[in-house]
Design a protein around this ligand. Structure first.
Ligand code: FAD
Length: 368
C-alpha cells in the first residue's frame, strides 16, 4: 500500500489549499473528502477576500489576515499559472455600506480600533457624495461606506476546483467519497480508515470543517467547531454595475448578483426560508434600487465552521506528533496563507512557530 507524506482529511477550501501547497512544496499528499452528503461551506460561500475589520481586538489574527490579503495576488497568479481557467480573482477594493449614521459611526470605530491594534491597512470613510461619484446607482438610504483597497473577491467554486486540479496535476491524489470514520496512530504515522478502505501516511492534517470535531479526539486534538447558517440569494445576470467587492452585494464576473449573507443559529439545518431571502433582497434594493427589478433565480443555505471565538485553530497534537488541526471561518480569505505557508510548512512536518497562539488550549476553562 502506498504511504503518503501527508494525509489531508477534508477537501473543502482549507484542506484543498493546504494540500496543494504541501504537494507543490515537495510532499506526496492525499486529500480525502467525504462528498455531497457532508456539510461543505466551500461550495456555498460568498467569495469575499475581506480584510477590513477582520481580527479587530485580536491583533495576531488581524496580522495573519492582513498578511493573507497581501499575498493573495501572488497566490492567485501561481494558481492561475497551474490551471487553465480564470478563478475570477479581482482586487478592486471593498465597500462596507452603511444605512444609518449609527452604522457609519461603528465603521469609524472599527478603523480606530484597527489602528490601535497596529493594523497596517488603508481604510477610509466615504460619505454619500463620494459614493455617488463611484457608484451612480447608489440608493438614497446609503449614508456612506468604509473602503479598503486590500479587499477583493473570487469565484469560490473555481478556486476550489483549481486547487484540487492543481494538486492532482502536481502528482497528488484526490479521493472523493472517502469519509474517514476513524484514525489510528501507528508506529510510523497514521492510518485514516473509511468503510471501504484505508490510507496511511507519515503525517495527517484534519481540515474536515464541521466533520473535524468528532475526528480530532482520535489523535489527541480538540476542534470545538459549531455551525452558523448563512443564506445567499442570487439574481439573473445583469449589466455590470458594481466593480467593487462589498459586504452584502457581489456582482460576479459572469454578471449574476449575489446578495448575502445571513448569520443564523439553526444547528445543522442548512435550509432556506422566505423571510431571510426577503430581508437580503430588501437590503440590496435599499443599496441599489435598480436591483428591485432583477429576477431572483436561486437561493441556498450553507453552514459556516465557527470556533468559540471565531479565530482559527492551528495546532499539532502533543500526544500524537505529526497530527495537525487546521480550521477557520474565513477559508476564502485565508486560502492564500494556507496554500503558500501552512501547506509548505506541513510538508516539512511542522506549523509555523508564529501561529502558536492559535491552539485550542485557549478554550480550556481554568478554575481559580
Ligand atoms: C454563507 C457563507 C458565506 C461565506 N462567505 C465567506 C466569504 O465571503 N469569505 C470567506 O473567506 N469565507 C466565507 N465563508 C467561509 C468559507 O466558506 C469557509 O471558511 C471555507 O469554505 C473553508 O471551510 P472548510 O474547508 O474548513 O470546511 P468545508 O468547506 O465545510 O469543507 C469540509 C470538508 O470536509 C469534508 N469532510 C467532513 N467530514 C469528513 C470526514 N469524516 N472524512 C472526510 N472528509 C470529511 C466535507 O466533505 C467537506 O468537503 C462563508 C461561509 C458560508 C457558509
Amino acid at each position: 500500500m502506498e504511504a503518503f507524506d501527508l494525509i489531508v482529511v477534508g477537501g473543502g477550501l482549507v484542506g484543498s489549499a493546504l494540500a496543494w501547497g504541501a504537494q507543490t512544496a515537495g510532499a506526496n499528499v492525499v486529500l480525502l473528502d467525504e462528498g455531497d452528503q457532508a456539510h461543505r461551506a466551500a461550495r456555498g460561500n460568498f467569495g469575499l477576500v475581506w480584510l477590513q475589520g477582520k481580527g479587530v481586538g485580536t491583533p495576531a489574527y488581524m496580522q495573519w489576515s492582513l498578511h493573507a490579503g497581501r499575498i493573495w495576488p501572488e497566490f492567485a497568479a501561481r494558481l492561475s499559472n497551474a490551471v487553465s481557467f480564470d478563478i475570477g480573482w479581482r482586487q478592486p477594493g471593498g465597500l462596507q455600506f452603511c444605512l444609518s449614521a449609527a452604522e457609519l459611526d461603528k465603521r469609524r470605530d472599527v478603523i480606530a480600533r484597527t489602528q490601535a491594534d497596529g493594523g497596517d491597512i488603508d481604510i477610509s470613510i466615504l460619505d454619500r457624495a463620494d459614493l455617488r461619484d463611484l457608484l451612480p446607482g447608489i440608493g438614497g438610504d446609503v449614508v456612506g461606506a468604509s473602503f479598503s483597497s486590500l479587499d477583493g473577491h473570487v469565484n469560490p467554486l473555481y478556486l476550489l476546483r483549481a486547487l484540487q486540479q492543481g494538486l492532482q496535476d502536481a502528482g497528488g491524489r484526490y479521493r472523493p467519497g472517502f469519509r474517514v470514520e476513524h484514525i489510528d496512530a501507528e508506529r510510523d504515522g497514521f492510518k485514516a480508515v473509511s468503510r471501504t478502505g484505508s490510507v496511511t501516511g507519515k503525517r495527517i492534517a484534519l481540515t474536515a470543517g464541521l466533520g473535524a470535531a468528532s475526528l480530532a479526539p482520535h489523535v489527541g486534538l480538540s476542534m470545538p467547531v459549531k455551525p452558523e447558517r448563512g443564506q445567499i440569494v442570487v439574481t439573473e445576470r445583469v449589466k455590470p454595475f458594481l466593480p467593487y467587492a462589498t459586504n452584502c452585494i457581489r456582482q460576479t464576473v459572469e454578471g449574476t448578483v449575489l446578495l448575502g449573507s445571513s448569520h443564523e443559529d439553526r444547528g445543522f439545518d442548512d435550509g432556506t426560508d422566505v423571510p431571510t431571502a426577503a430581508m437580503l433582497c430588501r437590503t440590496a434594493a435599499r443599496v441599489f434600487p435598480a436591483l428591485a427589478e432583477a429576477t431572483v433565480v436561486r437561493s441556498w443555505g450553507s453552514l459556516r465552521v465557527m470556533t468559540p471565538d471565531g479565530r482559527p485553530i492551528y495546532e499539532e497534537s502533543t500526544l500524537f506528533p505529526g497530527a495537525f488541526a487546521v480550521t477557520c471561518h474565513s477559508g476564502v480569505t485565508l486560502a492564500s496563507v494556507h496554500a503558500l505557508e501552512i501547506g509548505p510548512s506541513l510538508a516539512k512536518g511542522r506549523l509555523p512557530e508564529h501561529l502558536s497562539s492559535f491552539t485550542s488550549g485557549r478554550f480550556d476553562v481554568h478554575q481559580g
